[in-house]
Write a protein that binds this ligand. Structure first.
Ligand SMILES: OC[C@H]1O[C@H](O[C@H]2O[C@H](CO)[C@@H](O)[C@H](O)[C@H]2O)[C@H](O)[C@@H](O)[C@@H]1O
Length: 564
């Protein structure tokens, strides 16, 4: 792995932290000291909402009896939580989606096997479990909550993820479209647009502690897919200003990086960069512990920005972002130009051009077609390596600023990650038969295709975005890219991966009664592990990807759904 310069991330914007978050982080630390690390989830404490004013709550907290070393008894602590807080998740209430019917007309017509069809209907019915609306209590007293008010119902991922998440929503929407729940899908987009209106970008998730960063930008893909399914031109027109604003955010000073390439041309690409240099509030105790190995405040601030920027990537955490794969303090995300982020922004540019065309705005359409061409060329010249048949992340290692790097082949990260194949998802790439042929061969020999799905990487680091975990979004983008390429061989490879993936989900569901957040791609029916929280169930994007795969490939009567 090349060594990046740590220089471009110490300075940079930091958003304001609310007094409620500051207090809840103190509560989180006290909870850890009082209750101990077993089964401790720091996020629980920043998701609590107040029963009365912060000042009253704070003074009751200050009045709790303390031992000489400052700790509070378990009984006093639990009593305080009960008296002064509503439970985490209580500020979102169950709501039946308006467009849910138990068997929608035209639902997965190609799924003919009775067992698989019955299960697909069960997965479809899980939308009812994950559907929530923000309680009126949040609208009345927003300052009592870290949950942000949203006008329309949301689909949550599930378990500890009690709020809506940005990139998860894309695959949730793909599932909702298969479930014919168009109103719910549009409502999710309306909510995300309201976040752009208020904060200038879609937040990582709809919580006050997520305002410092975004997540992989897929809003345009949501609008595009809903529009192509429904033909709702009014929806496309209303969404357009927000997409333009989001495009600016991802090309702003903090996110954009200029590279002088091998042909002597200047290329502009984007990176992840959180507006934060403190512990992530939802994982504050963990980040403080991680940073305790560092000696000075400046090094700690640098690490905190890297931790938050990695959360912005959606891949939190992975050796992909680390100089030393066994040491999280070596995270260097802001010094990396990621392949998948630029594929998403390229898609954003193509989607904006398409939508502007259908709504009759030719100037915008032409402008974004040109922007897409420029980004495609930049991706070819900075990321692509013909020798490996992959796009490789680029590490910024020269110079002391974030502007004006000169490209060097040795700065491409030659380690294998599923993200190296994400550009296949974009039509500008998957419509090129020769390219698809080459990438497909390399994917086959990459080591990523395992018994039951595509591994995230080849390194078993204990981080959740590494081997042997497989994640729904990565399976979906690669499979869909292959399937839509027009090559028969690529489609058959895509179908093979999708079938194995559906099986892993089915078998795990039958065994445990739940859909899981991540799976072990080595063992059919086993969920994944690693990372900073225990495995979660629910799970929004898994349900979405299963339904999207069944919609794309169907399931014939005589195809076995079990592992063997
Ligand atoms: O609390 C730790 C981190 O949790 C989230 O990340 C993980 O779950 C998300 C929801 O399913 C998913 O979008 C993300 O890719 C996962 O890594 C959260 O997004 C992080 O910001 C947070 O620090």
């Amino acid at each position: 792995t090349p060594t990046p310069s740590p220089t471009c991330s110490n300075s940079g914007p930091v958003v304001r932290k609310t007094p409620l978050i500051t207090f809840l982080e103190i509560l989180q630390q006290t909870a850890l000291n009082t209750l101990g690390p077993k089964n401790f989830d720091p996020k629980l404490y920043v998701d609590l909402s107040l029963k009365s004013n912060l000042s009253i709550t704070q003074s009751a907290f200050d009045d709790l009896p303390r031992t000489p070393n400052g700790s509070v008894s378990v009984t006093d602590f639990n009593g305080f939580i009960q008296s002064y807080f509503n439970g985490a998740g209580e500020d979102l209430v169950y709501t039946e989606p308006v467009d849910f019917v138990s068997e929608p007309e035209g639902f997965l017509p190609e799924v003919v096997n009775r067992e698989v069809r019955a299960w697909a209907l069960e997965v479809h019915s899980l939308w009812k479990n994950l559907s929530r609306k923000v309680s009126d209590r949040v609208l009345d007293r927003p300052e009592f909550h870290t949950l942000l008010p949203l006008a329309k119902p949301v689909m949550i991922p599930g378990s500890r993820f009690r709020e809506v998440y940005y990139w998860d929503s894309y695959w949730v929407i793909r599932g909702l479209l298969a479930s014919k729940m168009y109103e719910t899908a549009k409502g999710i987009v309306t909510n995300l647009i309201s976040l752009i209106d208020e904060f200038g970008h879609v937040l990582n998730g709809a919580r006050a502690y997520y305002t410092n960063r975004s997540q992989p930008p897929l809003l345009s893909a949501m609008v595009y897919d809903i529009y192509t399914r429904t033909g709702d031109i009014d929806f496309a027109r209303k969404s357009s200003p927000a997409l333009l604003k989001e495009h600016k955010f991802w090309n702003s000073e903090i996110h954009s990086v200029r590279i002088h390439d091998a042909e002597g041309c200047n290329r502009t690409l984007s990176r992840y960069y959180a507006m934060w240099n403190k512990p992530r509030p939802e994982s504050s105790t963990i980040d403080i512990e991680t940073a305790s190995k560092l000696m000075n405040d400046s090094a700690k601030q640098h690490l905190y920005r890297e931790l938050a920027s990695t959360a912005e990537s959606g891949w939190d955490f992975s050796t992909r972002w680390m100089r030393n794969g066994s040491d999280l303090t070596t995270l260097a995300t802001t010094s990396i130009i990621p392949v998948d982020l630029n594929a998403f922004i390229l898609k954003m540019e193509l989607d904006i051009a398409f939508l502007a065309n259908v709504t009759g705005d030719c100037t915008i359409s032409v402008h974004f077609q040109e922007a897409a061409q420029a980004r495609k060329q930049a991706m070819n010249s900075v990321f692509w390596t013909a020798e490996m048949g992959q796009w490789l992340d680029y590490w910024l290692s020269n110079g002391t600023t974030c502007r004006g790097h000169t490209w060097e082949a040795s700065n491409q990260n030659r380690n294998i990650f599923a993200s190296n194949f994400v550009p296949l998802w974009i039509e500008l790439f998957n419509s090129d038969c020769t390219l698809v042929e080459q990438v497909m061969q390399d994917l086959r020999s990459s080591g990523l295709i395992r018994a039951v799905g595509i591994a995230t990487s080849l390194t078993n680091s204990g981080q959740q975005w590494d081997f042997p975990n497989g994640w729904a979004p990565l399976q979906h983008m690669i499979v869909e890219g292959l399937a839509r390429s027009g090559s028969k061989e690529a489609r058959s490879m895509a179908e093979d991966i999708a079938v194995r993936w559906i099986r892993i989900n089915y078998v795990a569901y039958k065994k445990s009664g739940a859909m899981h957040e991540k799976y072990d791609v080595e063992k059919c029916g086993e969920f994944g592990g690693g990372g900073e929280y225990i495995p979660q169930t629910g799970f929004g994007w898994w349900n979405g990807v299963v339904l999207a795969f069944l919609e794309e490939f169907g399931w014939p009567q005589d195809l076995n759904i079990d592992c063997n």
